[in-house]
Design a protein. Structure first.
Length: 456
């Protein structure tokens, strides 16, 4: 693996706002180790005794968003593929399951978010128990919770907790309670500062339809039947989100506001490369989405992308204006494999892409930078309107945890276990309110957590 994102998962929705958390005290808030060690000794030897030694174990390899940099220094030549049968030459000790200890910073989030995070930690605990890993959780406050506690959506000490962790799990932040605050003090600002503070420039938002949810897609069945399986690689810490924001009064007394959208070449190049690398691991199609008929930033994007294109001759590269892309996503989503785009276009297109897959509650996301430490969050919002009702869909958050295992911890088998569990639950016709179809059974948040746990 060398940069770029591999296996995609399913979908999302808008970030809602909401009320305030009153029930937080009831939630199990783990600050110390939750581990299976109490129940059984999770030593390599103990597991080796239980499992046959010749079972081939995938080597854990975490994904940096950018080990591909080495590639820039050497020509891209592929080693010839050997026709010889591959013999398992793994030394015996490497075939023993590898037990890992990881520190996860947990941002419980606002409104209905703690409900989905609670179910996600149950799932992570089950994975730890099953595979003998040890996950330590440290609560970190960001968004509305941090505003209430510290008067700041992301105080430095909370960011430091995230920087000290191996990865960060986040629900969703924001809500009506904090809506009147000025831009700098809003919960969303905490999220932007977290992404920037952790250097997470590459946001991976998969839009893949679970076949079981096809009836829940708003698209015509014949369009869905052609397949929906693409990834949006969104630039996350540049552009208009991080440009200058200003509101001032003109001489005539009228107010004027300005938001600027800066992009420099290195920012475009590093995300463009992730786009190409991601395409190389998939169907080798990359579409750069921009507004080059109007924006200078988009024209610079294209110039940089053309330079990169020369390094990836195997990738079928194309360009599309963002307005056309919005249309094509609903007209024929099967044409897309990987989309690479700037921050705000990615925000908008990813909400649209999530919706066509049939549910706002199914799409996870990962954000990575140069290292393996990432931020994992569902792409939906904190759904204030349904907070405290135990009806929010925990699946996107649970699938985000699966992405964390896959991309940051190199635990592919464990990630598969979670995704397969979700698949089985859907096979059984179990749904939540957001993706309910006729003939299925509608579960609440805790019951959906129970159902997924039961399949792991
Ligand atoms: C998202 C959200 C955020 C964004 C908001 C909450 C700042 O919409 O993650 O898609 O625009 O990036
Ligand atoms: Mg969004």
């Amino acid at each position: 693996r060398e940069g770029g994102f591999e296996t995609p998962l399913p979908t999302s929705g808008p970030r809602g706002a909401q009320s305030h958390l009153t029930e937080r005290k009831n939630l199990p808030r783990a600050t110390s180790a939750r581990t299976s060690l109490k129940k059984k000794p999770a030593l390599p030897l103990a597991r080796a005794e239980r499992k046959p030694l010749d079972r081939k174990i995938k080597h854990p390899r975490a994904t940096s968003a950018r080990s591909h940099l080495k590639k820039t220094l050497t020509p891209r030549t592929r080693p010839p593929k050997s026709k010889a049968p591959v013999i398992n030459r793994c030394p015996i000790e490497e075939r023993i399951p590898i037990i890992m200890e990881k520190n996860i910073a947990v941002i419980w989030g606002d409104c209905s978010s703690p409900e989905i995070v609670k179910q996600t930690l149950r799932v992570l605990d089950k994975v730890a128990e099953k595979y003998g890993h040890i996950f330590h959780y440290t609560d970190a406050a960001m968004g509305g919770e941090a505003i209430d506690k510290y008067g700041d959506p992301l105080p430095q000490h909370e960011l430091d907790k995230c920087l000290a962790a191996d990865s960060v799990l986040l629900g969703a932040v924001g809500g009506p309670k904090w809506e009147g605050l000025p831009g700098e003090q809003r919960p969303e600002k905490g999220l932007l500062r977290l992404r920037a503070g952790m250097g997470l420039y590459a946001n991976n938002r998969p839009a893949k339809i679970w076949p079981q949810l096809a009836p829940a897609s708003p698209l015509k069945p014949e369009i869905v039947a052609k397949g929906i399986d693409f990834i949006i690689v969104r630039e996350l810490i540049g552009g208009v989100y991080f440009g200058k924001h200003e509101t001032y009064t003109l001489e005539n007394g009228e107010k004027q506001a300005v938001d600027s959208m800066p992009y420099s070449e290195h920012e475009i190049e590093r995300i463009g490369r992730i786009g190409f690398e991601t395409a190389m691991k998939r169907r080798r199609k990359l579409c750069c989405v921009d507004k080059a008929n109007v924006l200078d930033t988009s024209r610079l994007w294209r110039a940089v992308m053309h330079r990169l294109q020369a390094e990836y001759p195997e990738v079928e590269y194309s360009e599309m204006f963002v307005d056309n892309c919005a249309m094509q996503v609903v007209k024929d989503p099967s044409q897309f494999d990987v989309i690479v785009t700037e921050n705000m276009f990615g925000d908008i297109i990813s909400d649209e892409a999530s919706m066509i897959t049939g549910s706002i509650g199914m799409i996870p996301s990962s954000s990575l930078g140069d290292g393996t430490r990432g931020l994992y969050e569902p792409i939906h919002g904190s759904a204030p309107d349904i907070a405290g009702k135990d009806i929010v869909n925990p699946t996107a958050c649970i699938l985000s945890a699966a992405m964390m295992l896959r991309y940051s911890f190199g635990m592919a088998e464990e990630a598969d276990a979670i995704e397969n569990a979700v698949n089985k639950v859907l096979d059984k016709g179990l749904r939540t309110a957001d993706n309910m179809s006729e003939g299925c059974t509608c579960l609440g948040c805790t019951a959906m957590g129970d159902a997924i746990l039961a399949e792991i």
